[in-house]
Design a protein around this ligand. Structure first.
Ligand code: ZN
Length: 58
C-alpha cells in the first residue's frame, strides 16, 4: 500500500483546524502525565485517573 502523503497531510491539517476552531476542545498536555490529548471544556488531565492522582484523592 502506498500512502498519498499530501492528501494525508491535508487531512491532518483539516482535523487540526477543526479542533482549533472548536471552542470546547483544544489539544493540550496532561498536567499529570504530560500526555498530549484533546481537552474538552478546558480539562487539565487526559483521563479521570490522572485527575484523581493529581488531586491526591485516591
Ligand atoms: Zn494524564
Amino acid at each position: 500500500m502506498v500512502w498519498d502523503f499530501h492528501s494525508l497531510l491535508l487531512q491532518i491539517q483539516m482535523l487540526f483546524s477543526v479542533m482549533l476552531t472548536d471552542d470546547s476542545s483544544t489539544i493540550t498536555c496532561c498536567d499529570y502525565c504530560g500526555k498530549v490529548f484533546v481537552s474538552v471544556d478546558s480539562a487539565e488531565y487526559c483521563c479521570t485517573e490522572c485527575e484523581s492522582e493529581a488531586k491526591g484523592d485516591k
